[in-house]
Design a protein around this ligand. Structure first.
Ligand code: ZN
Ligand code: ZN
Length: 576
């Protein structure tokens, strides 16, 4: 009897009970029933567990299958069930319960990782070593994965280095962990070593390393990975790989290449569409983004939450107030998607940008959820840009009184006060920030030159060509001053004299990266810089002027968006 639904499974169960255990087919039928309930998407984990509980003397295959099924579930309750089943196996209260074996541990480790139970995970590691399973490849892989999830990358690395035979999963787990914890440059290095070692990559590896390329702006490595993908037809046709490629090209400023990948995907899923729509939106190609969304509808692909965020941000970037409202009100009615804070945030941002500050404030106050710090800052920033200082100050006070402990909010407050010349308030904010022990995260910028990534932090003297860079910067400032450039000293947080402020501004990481780009790249080629924070006003002005004086296209991706500087203007139209 074939089993494809739970009701067929129940029939089979009834048959097993009727015929009794002495029947020849009984073991085979029971195994079929159990495997279906545990592993089929239309099965039932609770039912499978019941089968196991009522027959505790089943062999380890059943226990391990149950654990595997729990570890694959997205429901955290099931991960807890896995741990309790494992403990049951350890205690063996009833006769015949199998002891854990080498297949048991990977699933249990995976559940510890998913539940973020670091202490229990480490205990389990100790136990595994004691039991003599410490060198099993599958278990080692699961341990590397678990420690990567916990952010214990040092331990993960140590385990990895100790492994006598690493397979593709070992490499991918560590690469993935590095990317997840914001260490994309090391992830790319490791991937390079993996290629040298001749390990066959799979789609998971490719997706991880492409994320690393996107995060760090390593375009040439991204292209190289694309080349590898093209050679492997088995990987090339996978939607998750296409999505990662589109995302990588879009984030590296090559929207044309992203489009080419997108056009080549035969069977596009919602992730592929969403990656392309949000890529277009982030490049300011908002009409194209919205058109693509309409095309997606005609292809009968159902949008998800992220698609809607991408569409709303396209509307936002193009100041399409009416369209955004329409999309927003359609979300629930038409697609059954409950708006999240990201969606509300897009609308607040859109209204605020358009200068409808009162409407934006009212909309934020009427939200069903509490606005987060990002949303507060978005609105306050808009008030600052539209020079509604009264509102900016009032909102700022309200926001800080709520006890925020995010350095970004204090930095914004300091900027708001500085821009209206309220120096004593600015000093107060600064003091409060120190008292709370908040420090501004260090800004860093990356630029790729001849396939190698160069990373700069503020006032970076560590680069081998630091001397040349600072000479170049002086030359750039001289030329800029002739064009009427005045450093925006209000961007500096510290209470120091003006001359020192000017020097600090000049040494912002993106300016260092830009100077290096001008030294090392040829006239006519684009300069691409990736910055981890929002660009300051002074750097923005600086880039604009340099693009004109040196006749170079400069593309900066900051934490918020892309800036294409060309001939003295920026694609963001000075709003970011
Ligand atoms: Zn700056
Ligand atoms: Zn800009």
């Amino acid at each position: 009897m074939e089993v494809t639904t739970m009701s067929e499974a129940l029939q089979l169960h009834a048959q097993i009970l009727k015929l009794g255990t002495s029947n020849n087919d009984a073991p085979r039928n029971f195994s079929k029933l159990f495997t279906f309930a545990a592993l089929s998407p239309s099965g039932d984990l609770n039912y499978a567990r019941l089968l196991l509980t009522s027959n505790p003397a089943l062999n380890s295959y059943y226990y391990n299958t149950m654990l595997r099924a729990y570890s694959l579930s997205s429901d955290p309750t099931h991960h807890f069930h896995a741990l309790s089943l494992f403990i049951f196996m350890l205690r063996r209260p009833t006769h015949g319960v199998p002891a854990p074996d080498n297949f048991t541990f990977p699933f249990v480790l995976k559940c510890c990782a998913r539940l973020k139970l670091a202490r229990q995970g480490k205990q389990l590691h100790g136990f595994i070593t004691k039991m003599g399973f410490g060198s099993d490849c599958y278990i080692m892989n699961a341990l590397i994965h678990m420690y990567s999830v916990f952010g214990d990358l040092g331990v993960a690395r140590e385990l990895f280095d100790r492994m006598p035979d690493r397979d593709v999963v070992s490499w991918t787990s560590l690469i993935d962990g590095l990317v997840d914890h914001d260490r994309p440059v090391e992830a790319i290095e490791l991937f390079g070593r993996m290629l040298e070692a001749g390990v066959e990559v799979n789609d998971a590896t490719v997706v991880s390393v492409l994320r690393a390329c996107a995060d760090s702006g390593a375009l040439s490595m991204g292209r190289k990975v694309h080349g590898i993908v093209k050679e492997k037809k088995r990987i090339e046709c996978k939607c998750n790989v296409s999505t990662a490629l589109i995302d990588m090209y879009a984030k590296s400023g090559c929207i044309e290449s992203a489009k080419k990948v997108f056009d080549g995907v035969v069977d596009k899923d919602v992730y592929v569409w969403t990656a392309m729509i949000s890529g277009l939106a982030s490049h300011g190609l908002c009409k194209e983004a919205i058109d693509l969304f309409l095309e997606m509808e005609t292809c009968n692909v159902k949008p998800d939450e992220r698609t809607m965020t991408a569409v709303l941000s396209a509307c936002r970037n193009a100041d399409l107030v009416r369209e955004a409202y329409m999309v927003f009100s359609d979300m629930k009615k038409r697609y059954g998607i409950e708006p999240t804070i990201q969606h509300f945030g897009c609308v607040v941002d859109l209204l605020a940008r358009a200068g409808c500050l009162k409407e934006a404030e009212d909309f934020m106050n009427a939200m069903p959820m509490k606005p987060d710090a990002v949303l507060w800052r978005t609105l306050i920033w808009a008030c600052k840009v539209h020079e509604d200082t009264e509102r900016a100050e009032r909102l700022m006070k309200q926001h800080l009184e709520m006890g925020v402990d995010d350095s970004g909010s204090y930095i914004l407050a300091s900027n708001v006060y500085a821009s209206v010349g309220k120096w004593s308030n600015k000093a107060e904010v600064r003091e409060l920030m120190n008292k709370k022990g908040l420090i501004k995260p260090p800004g860093s910028s990356r630029i790729e030159v001849d396939g190698a990534l160069h990373e700069f932090v503020m006032g970076d003297y560590n680069h081998p060509e630091a001397d040349n860079i600072f000479v170049k910067l002086d030359e750039m400032v001289d030329k800029l001053k002739k064009e009427g450039y005045n450093p925006k000293l209000s961007e500096v947080l510290l209470e120091i004299d003006d001359e020192e402020k000017a020097t600090q501004l000049l040494h912002h990481s993106e300016k260092l990266a830009l100077a290096y780009g001008l030294i090392r790249t040829s006239q006519g080629s684009k300069i691409r810089i990736v910055k981890n924070l929002r660009s300051c006003e002074d750097c923005h002005e600086f880039m604009k002027l340099i693009s004109k004086i040196y006749q170079r296209d400069i593309i900066v991706r900051d934490r918020i968006r892309f800036h294409h500087f060309k001939n003295g203007d920026c694609s963001c139209k000075d709003y970011w």
